[in-house]
Design a protein around this ligand. Structure first.
Ligand code: NAD
Length: 463
């Protein structure tokens, strides 16, 4: 952990497992309540100095963070693969993107403005930071989803305490250690531990804002505790994105792109395609094209060349996905498993296509967060839109087919991002956030940066 510029091991440790081998390969420090307090104190103490720097100076330091992290991409990527399971090439991509995100963020601006400028009054507004921000990140993209919080929080003038997932803590702990080479002591701190550590941090009275990415239940717990003192929260929660294929689309040609968008990070991506709605006349053709793709997927240890899909991140995640599939089968669905899982003890699940699901199964209502892809046949586009909107989630959705028709159908999807003929593509320039149970608030770009600042108005009377 990095607390007040010092790397500290903590009094206790917790195991970190390599999910491809289902075996502990390292231990991470486990923060005590005192460690959390010390980290928040350090962030609070560093705040006056950091917020007093000019915006341009903070941006310059973020660019230095970018350069520094780029020098450590290989080291961070290896840790990511070991703790998360993703193929090394994907881990390198994530580590490089995390480095670049500091650069993308540094290019943003948050200017104040004069609102009234007349003989009797000058009213202006500026953006001011909250103070110490708690950033809590999940296990699927441990580095980039930490940086998408840390970088804008810092640019806006806040200091940060980061808590990564206890399942995947190592790459981000190492990253905060590295950031200490560039940032002043106490500006970016990290603690390590599970939900209790997260709660101790997010409930801390000195924390001005909580930026959380993770599951809906954890988001709810944070929102509830924040309500007591009206702490500001940004919640990026689960998704159950629908992919709606219009009648007449060439489903065989689309299948590889749809399959890829569903299987990003082994389905462990908030904005992966989680449900497919296809016209009844195209359903068999699409299902067989998807099943063919699943049959050739190369699963294995992410450290080995040629691995396309690693294991799921934890046994709990595998058990949950397996239970959803078993429930679907018991409800009469057809379950089509993909290629063989490797001969390893880890948490492997082959890409699995599921069809013929009756309404109301959990595989339609809940987020599977795994390489399990349900295909639902519809009769009318209106019915498909209704089913796409019929869950508690509202993160993203996509419509595939003739662009003009797809754009008009997409207006009916009740979610934060609609994609047309693509899915799950996120860019630093575009805001991203969910509706309903998928969260509140926005990340990325100018709109994401705005979340990390309050508005302060200055009203000068000029008699
Ligand atoms: P999780 O909710 O189990 O854990 C996320 C983080 O929250 C971890 O650091 C965990 O220790 C912490 N935590 C858990 N309970 C807490 C509490 N009561 N108070 C404070 N912290 C607490 O999620 P996960 O399994 O790591 O990640 C998967 C989930 O995250 C999925 O639902 C996925 O859709 C979602 N997610 C959303 C986005 C998005 O941008 N909307 C992005 C990635 C992942």
């Amino acid at each position: 952990m990095t607390i007040g510029g010092r790397v500290t091991r903590g009094a206790a440790t917790l195991p970190v497992e390599n999910p491809a081998w289902a075996k502990e390969f390292a231990r991470a420090p486990a923060a005590s309540t005192q460690d959390v307090d010390r980290a928040v104190d350090a962030a609070v103490a560093a705040f006056p100095g950091w917020s007093a720097l000019s915006f341009a100076e903070r941006a310059r330091l973020l660019r230095d963070c970018r350069t520094l992290l780029h020098r450590h991409v290989d080291e961070l990527a290896r840790l990511l693969t070991l703790e998360q399971g993703k193929p090394l090439a994907d881990a390198r991509g994530e580590a490089a993107l995390a480095a670049d995100w500091f650069g993308h963020t540094a290019a943003l601006a948050l200017p104040g403005e004069d609102l009234v400028n007349e003989p009797g009054a000058l009213i202006s507004m500026e953006h001011v930071p909250y103070g110490a921000v708690a950033a809590v990140a999940p296990s699927n993209f441990p580095l980039i989803l930490a940086v998408t919080k840390v970088a804008p929080a810092l640019l806006a003038g806040n200091t940060v305490v980061l808590k990564s997932s206890e399942v995947t803590p190592l790459a981000s702990l190492r990253m905060t250690e590295l950031l200490g080479e560039v940032l002043p002591a106490g500006v970016c701190n990290s603690v390590c531990g599970g939900p209790a550590t997260g709660a101790a941090l997010t409930e801390h009275p000195q924390i001005g804002l909580v930026s959380f990415t993770g599951s809906v239940p954890a988001g709810r717990a944070i929102a509830r505790s924040a309500a007591d003192n009206f702490k500001r929260v940004v919640l990026e929660l689960g998704g159950n994105d629908a992919c709606l294929i219009l009648p007449g689309a060439d489903v065989t040609a689309l299948a590889p792109r749809i399959f890829a968008a569903a299987m990003v990070n082994n389905g462990q991506f908030c904005a992966a395609i989680k449900r497919i709605y296809v016209h009844a006349s195209d359903a068999d053709q699409l299902t067989s094209a998807l099943a063919d793709l699943a049959a050739t997927a190369r699963l294995g240890d992410g450290l080995l060349t040629g691995t396309e899909y690693g294991p799921l991140v934890s046994r709990a995640q595998l058990d949950r996905a397996t239970a959803l599939v078993a429930e679907a089968r018991a409800a009469g669905a057809r379950v089509i498993p993909g290629s063989r899982t490797p001969d390893l003890p880890g948490h492997f699940l082959t890409p699995t296509v599921v069809t013929g699901l009756p309404r109301g199964t959990r595989l339609e209502a809940e987020e599977q967060f795994a390489p399990v892809l349900p295909v639902f046949a519809y009769d009318t586009v209106e019915e498909a839109v209704g089913r796409a909107n019929g869950t508690e989630f509202g993160l993203g959705g996509s419509v595939w087919g003739d662009e003009e028709h797809a754009v008009s159908v997409a207006t009916g999807l009740d979610c934060g991002t609609v994609w047309i003929n693509t899915h799950g593509v996120l860019r630093a320039e575009a805001p991203f956030g969910g509706y309903r149970s998928s969260g509140m608030g926005t990340e990325y770009g100018y709109w994401g940066l705005l979340e990390y600042a309050r508005i302060k108005v200055r009203n000068i009377a000029r008699p």
